[in-house]
Design a protein around this ligand. Structure first.
Ligand code: AMP
Length: 446
């Protein structure tokens, strides 16, 4: 996962991008960057780490101009090096360009091989760099046409913002896998992965960029919109389950409300007699509220999360790993002692977190732990921009629910069904659920 933000015709655009990236930090903590344009030149700063680690006042003050693009990175393609931080910047025959991308290109290897054979020299390991090469090599006269020609050669998931010295372009792939919203800020425009960024910078939500649409921002104050590809929507349902912030509206719906709806459906499908509903913070909170409301079982914060645990640099031996979960999540002993708990989380990936949580809760005196997951079992990896491990590492691809229950040590375990998930999102069938049902709308090409 990653996040993107773009501002056009906004004085001190880079400062707004910087604040916007704070709101989008949850979508990627490995690297951050901003490129701005003063119409003559593109200026760029990027680096490894959190937004606070990459930028300071001096660096920000050099990013002058009234347009800017920003990015936070969670590596799904490429390597975790500073070279792979975004924006990607290039000089080419039409001038200068900076690109930010959320998604994953499924034919990246194929295109990269072809480009290298034709003489291209790659600077990064990122799939996004393909796009820059394709734009630079196009023989079309205008950037606008070059972008369209380049996009015709790439497949997969992309919510992209492209900055040139005088213009900005925002595009979503025809499936619309990743979100991208458009907002108004004063006389200017803002585009961002999630609407929570608009709230922070005082922008007003206008609409989503549509699947297959490109919006062009230029010096005429009118927006230009072109539907470059026929839309075939497969919006990522996992955005609702885990990724997006609950205070965002994604794909036209409130993430918080949908998470609560998932909790309600889960309570209908898998009720249990218990004394309290306890979320795994923060990912399980909204669904736990829904579960508690539907079941009538009281909601309690039985586990507290420490928000200040970053990465630890100690060898990850098993003992240290155990310590890490305890550093991050700690039960409130007197709340859970002797109680029958329904514990809600949004997903089980490898099973590590659930196993540790059940273990700590039992160690602290919980009488029963009934684990409820507000999504179906994750059985397949994502090729469209979510960092999931290989199929073999996904516990649900290899083991039955009963085997997983035994492994994590819960008294009972149940997952929301695919039908239950669909009910929660209003039976809208335009979502990609490949990680749950194995129906991949775009094949991964090697
Ligand atoms: P695991 O311990 O491997 O089973 O991971 C489960 C935990 O990771 C849950 O608490 C989820 O909220 C969280 N999670 C689910 N998907 C992802 C993801 N793609 N990246 C990071 N965390 C995730």
């Amino acid at each position: 996962m990653c996040s993107v933000i773009g501002l056009y015709n906004v004085p001190e655009a880079a400062k707004y991008a910087y604040f916007g990236l704070f709101s989008l930090q949850h979508r990627g903590q490995e690297a951050a960057g901003i490129a701005s344009s003063d119409k003559e030149r593109i200026h760029i700063t990027k680096g490894r780490g959190l937004v606070t680690q990459v930028f300071d006042e001096a660096k920000l003050s050099k990013l002058v101009g009234s347009s800017a693009v920003g990015h936070t990175r969670y590596s799904t393609a490429g390597e975790d090096s500073v070279l792979d931080a975004q924006p990607i910047f290039a000089r080419y025959d039409l001038g200068q360009i900076a690109v930010v991308h959320n998604g994953n290109l499924t034919n990246a290897k194929e295109v990269r091989k072809r480009l290298i054979k034709e003489g291209a020299i790659f600077q990064t390991f990122m799939d996004t760099e393909n796009l820059i090469h394709l734009i630079a090599r196009s023989q079309k006269e205008h950037l606008y046409d070059r972008i369209i020609e380049a996009l015709g050669q790439i497949e997969g998931a992309y919510s992209l913002i492209i900055l040139s010295r005088k213009k900005m372009f925002a595009v979503r792939d025809p499936h619309g896998f990743r979100p991208l919203s458009l907002g108004r800020l004063g006389d200017g425009w803002v585009v961002a992965s999630e609407t929570c960024a608009f709230d922070l910078i005082g922008a007003e939500f206008v609409r989503d960029i549509k699947p297959g649409e490109m919006v062009v921002f230029d010096e005429s104050s009118e927006l230009k919109s072109i539907q470059i590809f026929e839309p075939t929507p497969h919006k990522c349902i996992f955005e609702y389950i885990y990724f997006a912030r609950p205070d965002s509206n994604i794909f036209g719906k409130s993430v918080y409300e949908l998470r609560k709806a998932m909790g309600r459906e889960l309570a209908k499908e898998y009720p249990v007699e218990a004394d309290m509903v306890v979320p795994v913070p923060d990912s399980g909170v909204a669904a736990a509220i829904g579960y508690a409301k539907e079941s009538g079982i009281p909601f309690e914060l039985g586990i507290i999360r420490n928000h200040y645990v970053g990465r630890t640099f100690i060898e990850p031996t098993q003992a240290i790993r155990d310590l890490k979960v305890k550093m991050k999540l700690n039960p409130i002993k007197n709340v859970i002692k002797g109680k029958r708990l329904v514990v809600i989380d949004d997903s089980i990936v490898r099973g590590t977190t659930s196993k540790k949580i059940v273990n700590i809760l039992k160690e602290f005196g919980a009488k029963e732990v009934h684990m409820r997951i507000s999504a179906p079992p994750t059985t397949g990896p994502c090729y469209y921009g979510v960092d999931t491990p290989t199929k073999e590492e996904l516990i649900s691809s290899r083991y039955s629910v009963e085997e997983i229950r035994e492994y994590i040590g819960a008294d009972t375990l149940a997952y929301l069904s695919i039908d239950g998930l669909l009910r929660s999102v209003g039976n809208d069938l335009s979502y990609c659920m490949a990680c749950f049902d194995g129906n991949y709308p775009v094949p991964l090409k090697s």
